[in-house]
Write a protein that binds this ligand. Structure first.
Ligand code: GLA
Length: 407
């Protein structure tokens, strides 16, 4: 870090090409923890976007996410004793634990809960930490921004620990551990989509994932003259986890009602053809709307994948718009900020379609934008968004990147 302030150092790191950044991070690591004989391991773990298939990964639906070319980095090295130390370039300060302890959630442990949750899952899987270790994080992902920085942290850290100790944990197992850690450690009843896409992502591809069976197919993300632009509401997110868990509970209620009239394991086993029977069985309008979203969204995913494979980008754009509408009216997870972004984006020339991505209630949206129009698009949408909400959105174009990997 030399004579730079912390802020200057972060800017400097962020702008460096990966090879140089790697060297600088290694230097920062040895400045922080001292030179040592053990190898320093480095893992890059990506953010994800979900192109379509929202809030159905806990209803046995098909989803269509992609890891993107934006990463957080985990550096770690074994210690001779049992001490575990976490530190983060953006949030300096050591958080200390022991490799022999039983890990449990504690509010004061902040981001370390995501890490200790993974260690607890590894221990539960029979993987034994044979020593302590020291860790330094550096993230290029907007925290809490709806592109799953928490899953990137879990999966990246899990991959790093597994490599450091030679645990034979494959990517799917790691993704499942990340999800279970969210359930039991963080009390967030999420689906598998985020952890799966971050663990299994592949450059230039999105993946069609069947969340009922975990079967998946990589689909080349061929967008021709179009780019995916991520639009961050920069809204302070509050109570997302409890609202998320509330939606899960509503879906379970809908499923239980339907199971009285039909053999059905997941809401997404149903199709639009079942909708009138569903409406007759569910008298509560709110629950019916949640179920209708799941059924129609699942169908939109299949239509979107078919459109992409056929090179029909306007059709893909229409499906993105329809997905946002359903999340707004039936699932009610968008809110004024995401609606403002999606509405202004959808009215722009050069944009084929836009929708929220991730859990919603703030966070990010994505738009499919003609590549030469991106600069004008972000300027105009940004201006209109500020006028409507008083907030400042941020934008970046992204491509599909590789899942968590060693660098
Ligand atoms: C969050 C969850 C995912 C998924 C999305 C909504 O990102 O972690 O499992 O449910 O919301 O599609």
């Amino acid at each position: 870090m030399g004579t730079m302030t912390q802020h200057e150092f972060i800017r400097f790191l962020t702008d460096l090409p990966e090879e140089q950044m790697k060297a600088e991070l290694t230097k920062a690591f040895t400045e922080r923890y001292g030179a040592g004989t053990e190898e320093i391991m480095m893992i890059a773990s990506p953010a994800r976007i979900n192109i379509i298939g929202e809030h159905i990964d806990y209803n046995g639906g098909k989803v269509f996410p992609a890891a993107i070319d934006r990463y957080l980095y985990v550096l770690l090295r074994k210690r001779a004793d049992t001490t575990i130390i976490y530190d983060d370039i953006r949030f300096p300060g050591a958080l200390e634990f022991s490799s022999t302890e039983t890990f449990c959630y504690r509010r004061e442990n902040q981001y370390a809960n995501y890490l200790n949750g993974m260690l607890a899952m590894l221990q539960k899987g029979g993987y034994k930490l044979t020593s302590g270790f020291e860790v330094l994080f550096f993230s290029k992902l907007p925290a809490g921004g709806g592109i799953s920085s928490s899953a990137a942290l879990e999966v990246g850290f899990g991959r790093a620990v597994a490599e450091l100790f030679g645990f034979k944990v494959d990517a799917v197992e790691l993704a499942k551990m990340g999800q279970e850690s969210e359930h039991v450690f963080m009390n967030m009843q999420c689906g598998i989509m985020d952890q799966f896409s971050i663990a299994m992502g592949k450059k230039e591809c999105a993946m069609l994932l069947d969340t009922a069976t975990l079967e998946y197919e990589y689909v080349p993300l061929v967008l021709g003259d179009y780019r995916i632009v991520v639009m961050n509401t920069n809204k302070q997110r509050a109570l997302v986890d409890s609202k998320y868990n509330e939606r899960c509970a509503e879906c379970m209620e809908g499923l239980a009602l339907l199971q009285k009239i039909k053999t059905v394991y997941n809401l997404c086993d149903l199709t639009s053809a079942d909708l009138s029977a569903v409406e007759a069985a569910i008298t509560d309008e709110c629950i019916f709307k949640r179920v209708r979203h799941c059924i129609t969204e699942n169908e939109r995913v299949l239509a979107a994948v078919a459109a992409l494979k056929a090179g029909d980008l306007p059709k893909l754009g229409e499906l993105l718009k329809a997905s946002h509408d359903s999340l707004r009216r039936d699932y009610e997870v968008t809110g004024i900020e995401l609606d403002a972004l999606a509405d202004t984006a959808n009215a722009e020339r050069g944009c084929l379609g836009a929708r929220m991505t991730g859990a919603g209630f703030g966070g990010c949206a994505i738009a499919l934008v003609q590549k030469d129009a991106v600069a004008e698009f972000t300027a105009r949408v940004g201006k209109a968004y500020t006028e409507k909400t008083g907030l400042t959105a941020s934008f970046f174009a992204c491509e599909a990147g590789d899942g968590a990997h060693r660098v």
